[in-house]
Write a protein that binds this ligand. Structure first.
Ligand SMILES: Cc1cc2nc3c(=O)[nH]c(=O)nc-3n(C[C@H](O)[C@H](O)[C@H](O)COP(=O)(O)OP(=O)(O)OC[C@H]3O[C@@H](n4cnc5c(N)ncnc54)[C@H](O)[C@@H]3O)c2cc1C
Length: 482
């Protein structure tokens, strides 16, 4: 495929006028102060500039905007809650693109309790979806630190993971149907609430995880689950990731799929939260090298999981897998444990320069990965602060080495990104893992993606992109280099 067609010039005034007419006076932002926040990433590591942020309210408006952009060859950056961590929803800096924000596409279209489905527009905020499910005695299990601002369109476009993947799968597993505006402006009406549909290629899966490079998702049919009526949560201190993996196996042997959350955290990240985010206190008086936050949920009477959970924990202590444990005595205490886990991304932002990795390996290789990656990094960077935490039940670690404490904050550890990535990602690939487990590729991991994907896989991805978006106007420069 030839190089992408990119507008080398700012979007012409005449096109801006056409776009504004499609959405009307309340449907766009153009003043720099209003537009600026849409152009910056949550971590402040990516920034760009656009002449217009378009805020359509209906699928037809989105279609009209995309048709107009396609006619004039104007690249589009689709944007949801702008909480992504890979620069995927930031534009270029040359005013040649427009952002289409789904923030005003926020209607609930249908709730079908017999079918256990909820149909929403892509701009509905994840937390609102969780609340709607909860009000109807259902669970929408996607849960992550940014849930108060991220939108379901962004969640499915990044195939977000979060803390409940162990039991319910990632976003891909939670979506039954989609409505999408394609790069030529046509609307694909795929809002089917079916659990079985064997009629050929399952097109929705192309858009899930595509990071807005194949079309703009305007609505989705979501799967709902029974709302758990019993739950137990514990914060545990451990010696090593190896023990954590054995603990997971033990808990699952005793409690099966009721183990719904299982997060591993290194002591360093607990210190970062206590130092960088106000309002937290250490859940334990004793200090440990590693911690696990585990949750079990089920359908029995409230409290009915207490005994099996406590027994399983007691056995784990006898086996020497757990050194200390605090079982939450109330929902509020469990929520405080989870808040500490959720604030880990925020804490790292406050603490200083780290090089972030969002990797997965088979669960059986987690301990080997952490041990070997840390050893290799420490050999190269004396005093480097190792920092790992994540969804160990999914084999997914956020492996974020921080600059040695005696490096000044202005000295830029970020210039070490390339050699650090090579150490970490080469090992991940050697162990049969992935360089991006849940945050996606965006711009941050574009080079890494191109480095590690096979020629065959890159060729298939390029064919799909070219078939759907021959002009390359849909979020160009993200996910795959053409
Ligand atoms: C504190 C914090 C914690 C986080 N924790 C997790 C976590 O545990 N697990 C996890 O997976 N992620 C996590 N994230 C990352 C982020 O929240 C997710 O990637 C989320 O799914 C992004 O949703 P969004 O609405 O903010 O999307 P945006 O950031 O706006 O966009 C993300 C991508 O999706 C595209 N996009 C957005 N909407 C649409 C649409 N309607 N149609 C087509 N493309 C679209 C954009 O172009 C971009 O490529 C976290 C982020 C923060 C800040």
């Amino acid at each position: 495929m030839s190089e992408p067609l990119r507008a080398a010039r700012p979007v012409p005034e005449s096109v801006l006028a056409e776009l504004k007419t499609i959405v009307g006076f309340n449907g766009y932002l153009e003043d720099a102060a209003d537009v600026d926040p849409f152009c910056k990433s949550w971590r402040d590591d990516f920034a760009g500039a656009v002449p217009l942020v378009l805020r359509p309210q209906t699928t037809e408006e989105v279609s009209g905007l995309v048709k107009c952009c396609a006619r004039h060859g104007i690249p589009i950056v689709p944007q949801g809650g702008n909480t992504g961590l890979t620069g995927a929803s930031q534009p270029r800096a040359d005013m040649s693109e427009v952002i289409i924000s789904t923030a005003r596409m926020n209607k609930v279209r249908e709730i079908d309790l017999d079918n256990d489905t909820l149909t929403v527009e892509s701009g509905v905020v994840l937390q609102q979806i969780q609340s709607i499910a909860d009000d109807n005695q259902r669970l929408f299990p996607l849960s992550l630190g940014a849930e108060g601002s991220c939108q379901i369109g962004g969640n499915l476009s990044t195939n977000a993971g979060g803390t409940q993947v162990l039991r319910y799968g990632n976003t891909r597993a939670l979506i039954l149907g989609l409505e999408v505006v394609l790069p030529n402006g046509e609307i694909w009406h795929g809002l089917r609430g079916l659990r079985k549909d064997n009629t050929g290629y399952d097109m929705k899966h192309l858009f899930i995880g595509a990071e807005g490079t194949l079309g703009i998702v305007t609505a989705a049919v979501l799967r709902l689950f029974p709302k758990p009526t019993a739950s137990e949560t514990a914060w545990m201190g451990l010696k090593s990731p190896k023990d954590a993996v054995s603990l997971l196996s033990h808990m699952r042997s005793r409690l099966g799929d009721q183990v719904s959350g299982f997060e591993l955290m290194q002591r360093t990240i607990i210190d970062f939260v206590l130092e960088g985010v106000p309002g937290h206190e250490d859940p334990m008086t004793s200090q440990h090298a590693w911690y696990v936050l585990a949750e079990v949920t089920g359908q029995g009477e409230p409290g009915s999981l207490a005994e099996p959970f406590t027994n399983a924990l007691g056995e784990a202590m006898e086996l020497g897998l757990v050194d200390d444990a605090v079982i939450a005595s109330s929902g509020a205490q469990a929520a405080r444990f989870w808040k500490m886990r959720e604030d880990m991304a925020e804490a790292q932002k406050a603490i200083g320069v780290g090089i972030k990795h969002d990797v997965s390996v088979p669960v059986s290789k987690i301990a080997e990965f952490i041990e070997r990656a840390n050893a290799a990094l420490l050999e190269r960077y004396e005093g480097l602060r190792t920092c790992a935490f994540g969804h160990v039940g999914d084999g997914n670690m956020h492996f974020n080495p921080m600059s040695p404490a005696d490096w000044s904050r202005t000295e830029t550890f970020r210039t070490e990104r390339e050699p650090v990535n090579r150490i970490v990602h080469d090992l991940v690939v050697e162990l049969g893992g992935s360089i991006s487990a849940e945050h996606g590729i965006g711009r941050l991991r574009l080079d890494e993606n191109m480095h590690y994907k096979s020629d065959v896989e890159v060729a298939m991805m390029r064919s799909v992109k070219q078939a759907l978006d021959p002009q390359n106007i849909m979020n160009p420069g993200k996910v795959i280099r053409l």
